[in-house]
Ligand binder design. Structure first.
Ligand SMILES: O=C(O)c1ccccc1NCC(=O)[C@H](O)[C@H](O)COP(=O)(O)O
Length: 412
């Protein structure tokens, strides 16, 4: 399949997975100046007393991070010698400089694994370089391990079959435009989300298909389906089940995409669109992933949170959808005036010139909130909590918009 040609890939996405090593190696060096280097635990590994009930294990990410040492493969030397944020792979203070390439988080632990083996012991050495600084960094580091494990089980070539038999991609952008034209209100992307790191479990009695059908019936233009299991209790099974149940609304795969492989996987599970987070992905990755999405027929919702990310994204060609997240993913603070702030002045003008649809994301609970972001310039909204927490999430849509927006209702 043509879309599988990843030969022109820049550094990390699409590269063959780095060689893994069965034993842990020390990272080349720990930063000499490492200020908070601490031994947290020393655990004998031979089953004698003192062994923890859930033994510490070295994870692929740990071996992977260690692989930034001296015996890298050619591919790693060519591409993966960066953290994915342009930072040098391992040593020294430069490795932890934030903001290189514009992204705020470190894509991997910069000082290598926190777990080390000495004889029969495992040591956990924590320092600034291998301790996540915020939830987004933690999610992305965990995602790195998860994606590596998934790729091991299902390498790209083995996705060919599922990709070929996946239901065809539907036009996510056209669905948003049609809804906006019909209702003269922001098109709704309703989120199928059981839990979140900031809010915990949002809905105990969670039937993803039933919720998706209710959203569709009550006027959602598109759906956003959380697929991350660890932090959102979502799954690709949910995405697939919703697609297979005959829901016609195009589906956004709400995932933390860090590797091009995930785009193919999402498409093979029936996704029509994916989320690309500017705080996580350098421009070159966004560029590259947009091209793959296009080949796969999927839309990409490129998410920003601040002016800097917005300016970066506005410099990238081919973007059709920009999501402004009102939630700061590092602090969980939600402020819907963020949408207005990012659309003021020249940025708003450029967005109109480029015919980009802006999606207002997070913290939208009332018709006033919807009016506020619409007046700021959004043509679509992404809403989770305020719908999913209601007894009847479908009916809650009319409450959110202040009127019935279902397809059977009359247009304005
Ligand atoms: O919501 C979180 O706690 C969260 C934490 C870390 C990364 C992403 C997170 N949420 C993703 C979203 O921003 C929302 O799911 C989406 O925009 C809908 O927001 P809401 O309507 O407030 O549920």
């Amino acid at each position: 399949m043509e879309a599988l040609a990843t030969g022109s890939a820049p550094s990390r996405p699409g590269l063959p997975p780095p060689t893994r090593h069965s034993t842990l190696r020390r990272p080349k060096t720990l930063p000499a100046s490492s200020p908070t280097r601490r031994i947290i635990a020393a655990v004998p590994m031979d089953g004698t007393s003192g062994r923890p009930s859930a033994p510490l294990r070295c994870t692929p990410a740990e071996t992977d991070a260690a692989a930034t040492g001296s015996d890298q493969t050619e591919a790693e030397t060519a591409g993966a010698t960066e953290q994915g944020n342009g930072a040098p792979a391992a040593d020294g203070p430069a490795a932890s400089i934030e903001g290189l390439d514009g992204i705020k988080i470190r894509r991997r632990p910069v000082t290598g694994p926190s777990v080390h083996h000495v004889g029969p012991f495992q040591f956990r050495l924590e320092n600034e370089g291998n301790t996540p600084r915020n939830i987004l960094e933690k999610i992305v580091w965990d995602k790195d391990v998860e994606v590596w494990q998934m790729k091991e089980k299902m390498p790209l070539y083995r996705l060919l079959g599922p990709l070929g038999s996946a239901p065809p991609a539907r036009d996510f952008v056209a669905a948003l435009k049609a809804s906006y034209d019909w209702t003269a209100l922001p098109a709704l992307i309703a989120e199928v989300k059981k839990a979140s790191p900031s809010r915990g479990v949002l809905r105990e009695n969670f039937d993803p298909v039933e919720i998706a059908q209710a959203y569709e019936k009550n006027g959602a233009a598109c759906l956003s389906v959380l697929t991350d299991r660890k932090y959102f209790q979502g799954s690709f099974e949910n995405l697939e089940a919703i697609r297979n149940a005959g829901v016609k609304c195009p589906l956004l795969c709400k995932e933390f995409i860090i590797d091009a492989w995930q785009l193919y996987y999402a498409r093979s599970k029936g996704a029509d669109a994916v989320l690309l987070i500017a705080a996580v992905l350098p421009d070159r990755d966004i560029n590259y992933m947009l091209k793959i999405c296009k080949k796969l027929g999927m839309a990409a919702l490129v998410e920003v949170h601040d002016e800097r990310e917005m300016d970066r994204v506005l410099g990238i060609d081919g973007i059709q959808l920009i999501g402004i997240n009102n939630r700061n993913l590092e602090t969980f603070e939600v402020d819907i005036s963020n949408t207005k702030k990012l659309l003021e002045g020249e940025r708003g003008q450029l967005i109109s010139q480029k015919d980009i649809i802006v999606v207002g994301e997070s913290g939208l609970f009332t018709p006033d909130h919807i009016s506020f972001v619409q007046n700021a310039g959004v043509k679509a909204v992404l809403v989770g909590e305020s719908l999913i927490k209601q007894e009847d999430p479908g009916k809650a849509i009319a409450g959110l918009f202040g009127k019935d927006i279902s397809p059977v209702s009359s247009p304005v």
